[in-house]
Design a protein around this ligand. Structure first.
Ligand code: ATP
Ligand code: LTN
Length: 332
């Protein structure tokens, strides 16, 4: 069976950037690839490359699990699991480090950005982070990996590592392809629209959380930074704020930029922002209702157990096979 693999870090409450760029795409892909099995996981090992408070991390892991389900993923052909519960992820990361060059990791822009922000030293795991990610993907021989645009470079490295291993030991890994959504691949911050909307941004006003209530959502969108020009036109360079709101509106309604520009041609920024807030609120209502149901039941735990069992078998086998191919251990 063919596989699709992706993960999200439990580094903070989910915002509409991760939702539109990632989770919602998984939901759509389940429809377009009905024959594929999906492995979606909570990347908690990735989250600790930067020091975290353990209570907060636990809370976020659970919240992320519940949100994955609340966003409408179908349970058939889906294994949802927590990365750290399958030790094969750490084992594969080590093996793949033996096939990754330091120079390759030094070129990773996410590493450079995150390393710069650290005040008390940079953990070596932040540097090797892309190798752990390559392992997540290659363990399951993923054919496709749905991610936002910011992960493209990591995916390219994963492909290079896979091809290098295949070249050295013979066909072993499927070389994965990224699936990057056309609309929504990069939702920007509401207050600094030249920066990506991020879970770990210091400013809470930069984002809309999936669990924010209606009053907050409206407030955040109405106070989103725009320009003084007053025309609702998509122009990423000169009008990044309005362009971002058009992207959000279009990603939710599935309407093209042209259709949106034409509809709001004679409207003020104020009334466009109200329309954006309306669609965001409507989109999030059913998700929030379902979330409340899941978080107060055993449904999530049971599903995570099932996911772990299914994924673990495949992952353990792949590590054992690679160990053997590399001459490790005693097996002849
Ligand atoms: P952090 O800021 O803590 O590094 P993040 O907000 O970037 O985290 P991730 O867990 O790294 O979130 O991302 C999960 C997925 O969501 C990835 O595929 C990523 O590309 C996508 N994603 C994250 N933020 C956005 C965004 N603003 N727009 C579109 N896609 C996004
Ligand atoms: N690095 C990703 C999260 C992530 C991931 C993965 C995504 C970890 N492992 C495997 C896809 C496939 C991020 O920061 N968004």
């Amino acid at each position: 069976m063919k596989h699709i693999v992706s993960g999200i870090q439990p580094t903070g409450s989910l915002n509409i950037g991760t939702y539109l760029g990632s989770i919602r795409n998984f939901v759509k892909l389940q429809e377009s690839y009905p024959e594929h099995h999906f492995f979606l996981f909570i990347a908690d090992l990735h989250a600790i490359t930067i020091p975290r408070d353990r209570q907060a991390l636990r809370r976020t892991i659970k919240e992320l699990g519940a949100l994955y389900l609340a966003c409408g993923l179908k349970k058939e052909k889906l294994s949802l699991f927590i990365q750290s519960e399958i030790p094969a992820h750490s084992q594969m990361a080590y093996l793949l480090q033996c096939f990754t060059y330091i120079g390759e990791l030094e070129r990773m822009t996410q590493y450079k950005e995150k390393a710069q922000k650290q005040v008390s030293g940079v953990a070596s795991s932040l540097f090797t982070y892309p190798v752990l990610m390559a392992g997540d993907i290659l363990l399951y021989d993923a054919e496709y990996v749905p991610v936002g645009e910011d992960q493209k470079q990591h995916l390219e490295l994963t492909r290079d590592i896979a091809m290098r291993v295949n070249q050295r030991i013979g066909e072993f890994f499927t070389v994965p392809k990224p699936l990057i959504p056309k609309v929504g691949a990069r939702i920007m911050s509401l207050i600094e629209p030249d920066k990506k909307m991020s879970k770990s941004d210091d400013y809470i006003k930069s984002r809309i959380l999936l669990l924010d209530d209606e009053v907050i959502i409206r407030k955040r969108i109405m106070s989103a930074v725009t320009d003084s020009d007053q025309s609702i036109k998509y122009d990423k360079v000169n009008k990044p704020g309005i362009s971002n709101l058009i992207t959000i509106y279009g990603a939710i309604t599935n309407e093209s930029i042209e259709v949106i520009e034409a509809r709001f041609k004679n409207e003020s920024y104020q009334s466009f922002k109200k329309a954006v807030a309306d669609v965001v609120v409507e989109e999030l209502k059913p998700i929030q209702a379902r979330y409340k149901e899941i978080i107060n039941s055993n449904e999530l735990d049971a599903f995570l157990d099932e996911g772990r069992l299914y994924a673990e078998k495949i992952a353990m086998k792949k590590v054992a096979k690679l160990n053997h191919k590399l001459g490790l251990g005693r097996k002849q």
